[in-house]
Design a protein around this ligand. Structure first.
Ligand code: DLL
Length: 433
């Protein structure tokens, strides 16, 4: 269903006008309420009147994750604390975490975009949803919760983990909708099989998976195993959490709710906009957000954009699945490697499992080494050695031909690679550079 037809199917010209109106309001708002933006505008010699048309947005400097870290904890908040109703924190691997504050109106906005997500994925009012994203400082659980409340679903807030209980609840309550990370959906496969469950007869028909990269091959795998429709959801805490973009049933790009999250795709090196269809870094400007409005925020996520109308009737632009991150990309012997490329190869080869890890190392004075560890079917492991060798050789050849870089392949037994109930760790970089 289309939750908000008026907005989601708006005439593109009207949408442009709405965006321009909201941009002008946003610029005025940050100038009056946000210390960092006001000083940046003053330094650049910009006043709110200088940014009125969408093209003017390019005059504004980019905002980065470092800006948010440097404002730890509350300096980016644009309202006094008595107007903040909820705070989330996104953990990073280095430095201060990013703190995000929501006003009541922001929570209402979050509920609205998440209701759009649920509709886009195929949920309907009256459905039951199992929310197996983590609740807490992570935005996944509560974001889904607010959207489901808004749409009028029966919510089972299981949060992530406790897999046996998770599966029992599914079996006994029969929810139609499930939300969790794609890696958790795969994690549950082993446990469900151990319990002797018939996975293709699970009650889940609609799956909304995101918060980490996953390929179309992984989608096929999940859909096939669980017999459900798997769609991709994108979001990040800095923007609002989940609810920035979502795939519809056509699974041909994620509709970005551009009346709220205005996208630009740039070349990460030059900062210049790239053409529709070309790969680049997604930069987002928020409209109508009050707690932490962000202008030209560099997400570090790599996508392409498509402005054509979708067969579902929605007119919002669509971003591709996230192809990688500017900072997740590993550079091995000077060649850019994204985990998603390797995942795609692995999943197209019969006998491999969707559990893998990339280990990069550099012994002193030597070149980088990339080892791909991948789990293979238990059956193959108990077969003769020769079959394993053939498989290893095949994986080796295909990865090298896609990446153009030498790799080592190590086949490991089922359940050797650490599982995750949240986001999976795909890369272990042991190099000290
Ligand atoms: O992961 C919010 C979220 C929760 C999204 C639940 C979807 C579902 P953060 O923890 O701040 O927020 O992480 C944001 O995760 O910049 C991407 O690199 C990555 N990411 C999120 N969704 C996807 C996706 C949440 N569908 C960061 N595909 C983002 C690939 C994703 N990467």
């Amino acid at each position: 269903m289309i939750w908000n037809e008026k907005i989601e199917c708006m005439d593109p010209e009207d949408l442009k006008n709405l965006q321009a109106e909201r941009l002008a309001e946003t610029i005025r708002y940050v100038y009056d309420n946000n210390k960092l933006y006001r000083s940046r505008m003053d330094v650049a010699g910009l006043s709110p009147q200088d940014i009125r048309r969408m093209e003017d947005l390019k005059k504004f400097p980019f905002t980065t994750k470092e800006d948010l870290r440097d404002s730890y904890p509350f300096d980016m908040f644009s309202v006094p604390m008595d107007q903040i109703s909820e705070i989330h924190v996104s953990s990073g691997t280095t430095g201060n975490p990013t703190v995000v504050g929501y006003t009541r109106a922001d929570i209402e906005l979050w509920s609205e975009v998440m209701a759009r997500v649920l509709g886009c994925a195929g949920a309907r009012p009256g459905d039951m949803i199992q929310i197996a994203y983590g609740y807490g400082l992570f935005t996944g659980g509560l974001g889904f919760h607010y959207g489901a409340q808004k749409m009028g679903l029966a919510i089972i807030p299981t949060s992530s983990g406790q897999t046996k209980r998770q599966l029992k609840i599914m079996n006994d309550f029969r929810p139609r909708v499930i939300g969790c990370t794609p890696s958790y959906m795969l994690y549950m496969v082993d446990e469900a099989r151990e319990l002797g469950m018939d996975l293709r007869n699970s009650s889940w028909e609609v799956g909304i998976f995101g918060a980490e990269p996953w390929s179309n091959s992984m989608r096929d795998e999940i859909e096939q195993i669980w017999n459900l429709q798997a769609t991709d959801i994108y979001g990040l805490s800095e923007m609002i959490g989940p609810g920035v973009a979502q795939e519809c049933c056509h699974k041909d790009g994620l509709h970005i709710f551009s009346d709220v999250f205005f996208p630009e795709i740039i070349d990460p090196l030059t900062g210049k906009e790239v053409l529709p269809g070309e790969k680049g870094e997604l930069v987002i400007t928020t409209f109508t957000k009050k707690g932490i409005p962000l202008l030209r925020y560099r997400t570090r996520d790599i996508v392409s954009i498509n402005y054509e109308k979708c067969a579902c009737g929605r007119t919002s632009p669509r971003i591709s699945k996230i192809m990688g991150r500017t900072d997740d990309m590993i550079i091995v012997r000077g060649i850019n490697v994204f985990p998603s490329q390797i995942e795609h190869v692995l999943l197209s080869i019969e006998g491999t499992q969707p559990h893998y890890q990339l280990i990069v190392d550099r012994r002193s004075g030597e070149l980088d080494e990339l080892e791909v560890q991948v789990e293979v079917d238990g059956k193959i492991f108990s077969d003769e050695i020769k079959k394993l060798r053939v498989l290893e050789e095949k994986i080796h050849r295909e990865i090298e031909s896609v990446l153009g870089v030498m790799v080592k392949v190590k086949l490991v037994e089922p359940r050797t690679i650490a599982r995750s109930e949240g986001k999976a760790t795909r890369v272990i970089d042991k190099r000290t550079i």
